[in-house]
Design a protein. Structure first.
Length: 569
């Protein structure tokens, strides 16, 4: 199959190449495939068209005429190397000697807004089967070194995949390896959004300095939809992507694209290309990319499984915390505020991400033992008797007992079991003293006491936050760990504690109580009825409603949030 193209020789589009498959329109109008922004070029200036007897260029009654090798023409058969001039822009007609190699590939032709593009696809399974099969001829030293480097890259990537939970870092490692072993100029990993089905860029890398990065969505969609690897040596005509820049404007030439697929589930694609370099990739490059894609697909699916398990675990914690607060409706929202206070203190103490995550979970379950306390005690609107208080004091140990047989909950036991211990040893249930008390319990003790003082109770008034803070400081070294108190005071001074208080925003005109955790939050003056905001304590989505100038909120189900998010996209 003969390949022909047109190359711009000067101006802003210098070295831009346009493939000639059937027709190639030239002119100033944006409707043309070769769109030349010059006033010397007519809107519809010339047309290059393939026929049985050859490829011809025809002038379309342009104002300034069409010239081939310096001679004005109306219609002329083109020869390789002919110089065409339209207006003040010159270009060269080229017939490439190297035809497409069929070698078992399937040719796929697409029609898009800028013209047709031909490229080859191949089964990823077949590529992987032939990854380690030699050509049958004796390999050179250079070829052996190249193969060794590729095997080392696959090994390194596999080790990274087995140890790396962070997908962003994993994707970056893969693209770094691809760039190291192939002549790629640009690379992108796109992952399917599980709610919308759209392909979204998750990682990108480019070698050539550019303000924008463009990929061929025709090729990407082909690889994804057909679950086949794509290799093209010259892909100048293509659709637009993301920022509206065409493949032509980015001078994209060679492209490889391989799907990310786990069993029968398509997860995304890996795409790489070159700018201005044709025939840059070969079958070995495609096999390498397919090998990377297979490893990445497995890692991606494993991460998705882990995310689903994590989501299920978090949902279970939320359901459990809801059960606690439904039992003790007088302290509604207490769990979430204590958790937020505790996390702010932990950040001030310099805890790492893993410790902070455990702190969030432990804060949510610190009062789980209250589920085992009778309603007559838990819901009593007045002060507890001594006997009732003895029963209530059992809730830390009851909660710890509930968690001891669940491996994933064992790290959270200290938050539950020790949050009523005191620094001076006068607390319960075990009467531990000082640093005998695990730091998780000492942390929750401060957060728990502060919220108890600053939240509504049927048997007491709300204490102003400044007064409650002074009480926390007064009990430093007796009831509370001095280090924890200092960290809490630092958070308060930085303004990180006040927005979490249940009634902090209650006197603001533009505020409502969260229907989930009862904490007041402020909404902007320009808010309209029906707008969705987020509570800054429990992080639930709240739809604001207004009736007779009175504002209130209602919880937005997660399914509705996902549906609206899909429509936005």
């Amino acid at each position: 199959m003969k390949r022909e193209r047109l190359t711009i020789l000067a101006g802003k589009l210098e070295n831009k190449r346009y493939r000639i498959d059937d027709k190639l329109s030239i002119g100033r109008s944006s409707e043309n495939i070769v769109n030349l922004k010059s006033l010397s070029v007519s809107r519809q200036h010339a047309l290059i068209q393939k026929q049985v007897t050859g490829t011809y260029i025809e002038d379309l009654s342009s104002v300034n005429g069409t010239f081939v090798n310096g001679k004005k023409i109306n219609r002329k058969k083109l020869q390789s190397g002919d110089i065409i001039r339209v207006g003040d822009i010159e270009m060269r007609f080229e017939v490439l000697k190297k035809p497409f190699k069929e070698s078992g590939h399937k040719m796929v032709e697409f029609q898009d807004a800028t013209g047709r593009i031909n490229f080859k696809t191949k089964s990823v399974d077949l590529l992987l089967k032939t990854f380690l099969i030699g050509s049958g001829k004796k390999a050179t030293v250079a070829e052996l070194k190249k193969t060794q480097a590729r095997l080392a890259a696959i090994t390194e990537a596999s080790l990274t995949i087995s140890n790396e939970r962070n997908l962003k870092k994993l994707f970056k490692t893969i693209l770094d390896q691809v760039f190291k072993l192939t002549p790629a100029h640009n690379g992108v990993i796109l992952i399917k959004n599980k709610h919308t089905g759209d392909l979204k860029v998750e990682c990108a890398k480019r070698k050539v300095a550019s303000t924008k990065q463009t990929v061929s969505m025709t090729i990407v969609q082909c690889a994804f939809d057909k679950n086949e690897a794509v290799l093209t040596s010259d892909a100048l005509d293509d659709t637009r992507f993301m920022d509206g820049e065409s493949i032509v404007s980015q001078n994209i030439s060679s492209v490889m694209c391989v799907p990310l697929c786990f069993q029968d589930e398509r997860l995304g694609v890996i795409y790489v290309d070159t700018q201005g370099t044709t025939d840059a990739f070969d079958q070995e490059d495609l096999r390498l990319l397919a090998a990377f894609s297979s490893a990445v697909s497995a890692a991606l699916k494993n991460n998705l499984y882990l995310d689903e398990l994590e989501k299920a675990f978090q949902d279970t914690l939320v359901i459990t915390s809801n059960a606690i607060e439904m039992r003790d409706h007088y302290t509604i929202g207490h769990t979430w505020r204590v958790t937020r206070f505790a996390v702010e203190i932990a950040k001030e103490l310099g805890w790492n991400e893993k410790q902070l995550e455990l702190c969030k979970r432990g804060g949510v379950l610190h009062d789980v033992g209250k589920i085992a306390v009778g309603d007559s005690i838990l819901g009593k609107p007045s002060k507890l008797t001594d006997q009732e208080f003895i029963i209530m004091r059992d809730h830390p140990e009851r909660g710890a007992s509930m968690m001891r047989d669940v491996a994933s909950l064992k790290p959270l036991i200290p938050y539950c079991l020790y949050h009523h211990e005191r620094w001076d040893g006068k607390g319960y249930p075990q009467g531990l003293k000082g640093k005998q008390i695990p730091i998780e319990g000492r942390l929750i003790a401060v957060a728990d006491a502060f919220d108890a003082m600053t939240s509504r109770r049927p048997y007491k008034d709300v204490i102003e936050s400044e007064k409650a803070l002074k009480e926390i400081i007064r009990c430093k070294g007796t009831q509370f760990d001095p280090e924890i108190v200092d960290a809490f005071v630092a958070c308060y001074d930085k303004g990180q504690i006040q927005p979490i208080l249940q009634t902090y925003y209650s006197k603001e005109k533009s505020s409502i109580a969260c229907p989930f955790c009862s904490t007041h939050f402020v909404f902007p003056d320009e808010t309209k009825s029906g707008d969705i905001l987020k509570c800054n304590v429990c992080l639930r989505r709240i739809r604001l409603k207004s009736i007779n100038n009175a504002w209130f909120g209602e919880l937005v189900p997660e399914s509705e949030i996902l549906s609206e998010s899909s429509q936005d996209k």
